[in-house]
Unconditional design. Structure first.
Length: 193
């Protein structure tokens, strides 16, 4: 059955060629002088006596309708949880004696550079801790109805024009399928007792 189908397709492809060949032969016979003993030669495709074969180069500079193509690129940034090796390193740097400092939250701007984020961690009070490469730790309050636990494996954000992650503008896409926006950023600062 497949062979028959292939044969039919190839025959269908040959029909226009054979039709063009037949009409070219008829035109050549009509145009040829009918002298006894002279055979007519069918003209197929390239006719050296016809138009110049390389007219395409001359016509390339003609004004023709130009179509516009727009290439758009979408960049998605993946932010993952802090690597276990990095967490162990951070814990090793903590002093072995009881800490005398406590942490307070201070206001932070509405945006951070997405490239500065080196890891995240969800907290029990439904917030995300952002660990930045300048050793700052930010707490991000998520909008109502969002669960920080959905971001345990990290998240994706679509790269914006300015390369920043902003409050109430950019959506965090969790790897588990959730989607959320950040309602507020605060920065954790050590305060001596």
């Amino acid at each position: 059955m497949k062979r028959f189908l292939a044969l039919m397709v190839s025959a269908a492809l040959l029909v226009p060629t054979l039709t063009a060949y037949g009409s070219a032969v008829v035109e050549a016979q009509d145009a040829a002088p009918s002298r006894p003993g002279q055979r007519s030669i069918p003209v197929l495709g390239f006719d050296p006596a016809g138009e110049h074969p390389f007219d395409q180069l001359e016509h390339s500079s003609d004004d023709r309708i130009q179509h516009q193509v727009r290439v758009q690129q979408r960049v998605v940034i993946r932010i993952g949880p802090a690597a276990p090796r990095d967490r162990r390193t951070m814990l090793n740097e903590l002093p072995r004696r009881p800490m005398t400092a406590r942490f307070e939250e201070v206001d932070h701007g509405n945006c951070i550079d997405a490239e500065d984020i080196i890891g995240i961690q969800p907290t029990n009070d439904n917030r995300l801790l952002f660990f930045l490469d300048n050793s700052n730790v930010l707490a991000a309050q998520l909008q109502n109805g969002c669960s920080a636990r959905a971001f345990y494996a990290g998240f994706y954000i679509e790269r914006s024009d300015d390369g920043r992650l902003c409050v109430a503008r950019d959506r965090l896409q969790s790897r588990a399928g959730g989607s959320c926006q950040i309602a507020d950023f605060t920065r954790l600062v050590a305060v001596a007792n």
